[in-house]
Ligand binder design. Structure first.
Ligand SMILES: NC(=O)C1=CN([C@@H]2O[C@H](COP(=O)(O)OP(=O)(O)OC[C@H]3O[C@@H](n4cnc5c(N)ncnc54)[C@H](O)[C@@H]3O)[C@@H](O)[C@H]2O)C=CC1
Ligand SMILES: O=C(O)CCC(=O)C(=O)O
Length: 455
């Protein structure tokens, strides 16, 4: 029998849900962190909408619809057998097929994939497109592997995962360690197994064979559009601003490119072996050559660029800037980094990565009045453009780069406006994008779940 939860019961309802998550997902630290961050914003929603608690929406959302773990055996170039573990966590199909990237990195485990899949629920809902949420990957490290090894790994990975995928079922894309090369190998193997050209089964494909113009650039571009829209609420813009970006992969590279287009200067970026400072502004063509073509370390950038210095120690966040775009990985920006950035006068932070700022860092930024755009909103341009790729695949259509970028820009502006209006409506503070983005995404999913019954 369903019980009605009165407003005064809301905090204990949220505590009960969190306790259950902690019990059931013991040891899954980053997953618990992601859940806590969202649940802490939802009190005012449950106060106004007791029907969500009555229908146990939160209990259901915190438990993935399906969790798949599998062995990925493959043979390296020296003929040795290697074994990795593959994952796909299908979190929510309330709004459409499961959608979210695949991460290949040695730190991947169930907790990491569940945190990413949980974030994806709210992010994908925020885009307003018909996409559910999932995430996957493997504890495979592509660094230093030959193309042939990466191909064999991808083929083995898809040989197990293919049975769970489909353009109407589950549509993966890239994330850390998975770019155009890996998507190509996985698409080829999927096609071979199912004997069908199902273009919409993966996104991030090459533009010549079903991919969308602009998908590669979309996450980074979208993050910069979000930062611009936040600054505009205070009558500021990016022109002449100094920007620091962490990471130097897919999201970081195109965030740098778009920041330069909008008149800012990006003076530093990083990888897992250090950071470079380049007072003349990062040379995107050189960075792309080093990272996308040669797959080398950032130290190679500094070696070839007279204005740049490489630092193996210290933090990219010690470099003074007006705007910071963390685009590498989760929990990379802690309280001390936030304090240094605030001391140096930072105005805005937009998360290109998923959950790069620790909860303590977010509190610091908010208390200091720094504009803070959480990843669920600020990096949603990638998955939104993946949904545009799916639309083009379904219609057998090809849109121009300008069409895609215009759509991306308007989706990001809608996400910004919707997050802000929702924050205002539920917390009275339109600058509280953390609450606004989580609540706006939650309401869309919760309403779909209410309509679809107990599933
Ligand atoms: N690719 C996409 O479309 C989207 C990616 N994201 C998120 O953006 C972040 C970056 O993803 P991608 O750029 O796609 O991956 P990538 O593999 O292209 O690049 C990752 C970058 O982060 C750096 N990195 C990793 N660990 C680091 C550490 N501990 N310290 C400093 N740098 C480190 C790597 O050296 C690399 O430069 C991830 O959090 C991912 O989940 C979010 C939305 C969409
Ligand atoms: O494009 C996609 O489907 C997924 C992008 C992604 O993994 C993310 O938004 O974190």
């Amino acid at each position: 029998m369903m019980t009605t939860v009165s407003p005064s019961a809301v905090p204990s309802h949220l505590d009960d849900v969190l306790d259950a998550v902690r019990r059931r997902s013991a040891g899954e630290v980053v997953f618990q962190q992601a859940v806590e961050e969202v649940l802490h914003t939802l009190g005012p929603v449950l106060d106004r909408h007791p029907e969500y608690a009555d229908a146990h929406i939160l209990e259901r959302l915190c438990e993935p619809e399906r969790q798949i773990m599998f062995r990925v055996p493959w043979v390296d170039d020296r003929g040795r057998i290697q074994v990795n573990r593959g994952y796909r966590v299908e979190f929510s199909s309330a709004l459409g097929p499961y959608k979210g990237g695949l991460r290949f990195h040695p730190t991947v485990d169930l907790s990491v994939i569940k945190f990413l899949g949980f974030e994806q629920i709210f992010k994908n809902a925020l885009t307003g497109q018909g996409i559910g949420a999932g995430k996957g990957g493997a504890d495979f490290d592509p660094a230093g592997r030959s193309d042939a090894e990466v191909m064999r790994f991808c083929q083995s990975f898809i040989t197990e995962l293919y049975r769970h995928l489909g353009e109407h079922t589950d549509v993966p894309a890239g994330d850390i360690g998975v770019g155009g090369r890996e998507i190509g190998y996985m698409f080829g193997q999927y096609k071979r197994i199912v004997n069908r050209h199902e273009a919409g089964v993966l996104t991030g494909k090459g533009v010549g064979w079903g991919g969308s113009q602009g998908r590669t650039e979309a996450t980074g571009y979208g993050t910069v559009f979000f930062a611009r829209d936040m600054l505009a609420t205070r009558g500021q813009d990016l022109t002449g601003r100094t920007v620091v970006v962490s990471g130097s992969g897919n999201v970081a590279i195109y965030a740098i490119e778009q920041a330069h287009r909008l008149g800012a200067k990006v003076v530093a970026c990083s990888d897992s072996a250090g950071h470079v400072v380049d007072p003349d502004g990062i040379d995107v063509a050189l960075l792309r050559e080093i990272k996308e073509v040669r797959r080398e370390r950032l130290s190679a950038y500094a070696a070839e660029r007279p204005s740049a210095e490489h630092h193996a120690f210290g933090s990219v966040y010690d470099v003074p800037c007006d705007v910071v775009l963390p685009c590498a990985t989760q929990n990379e920006l802690g309280e001390d980094h936030a304090a240094a950035l605030i001391r140096n006068g930072v105005l805005a932070v937009a998360e290109g990565a998923n959950m790069p700022c620790t909860p303590g860092a977010v509190v610091r930024f908010r208390e200091a009045g720094v504009l803070f755009g959480p990843g669920k909103a600020a990096n949603a341009g990638g998955v939104a453009t993946s949904a545009l790729e799916m639309s083009q695949n379904a219609a057998r259509a090809t849109w121009s780069r300008d069409q895609v970028t215009d759509r991306l820009e308007s989706i990001m502006s809608d996400i910004h406006a919707h997050s802000r209006a929702t924050a205002d409506a539920y917390t009275g503070d339109p600058d509280d994008y953390v609450a606004g983005a989580a609540i706006a995404g939650f309401i869309r999913v919760a309403d779909a779940m209410l309509a679809q019954g107990i599933v």
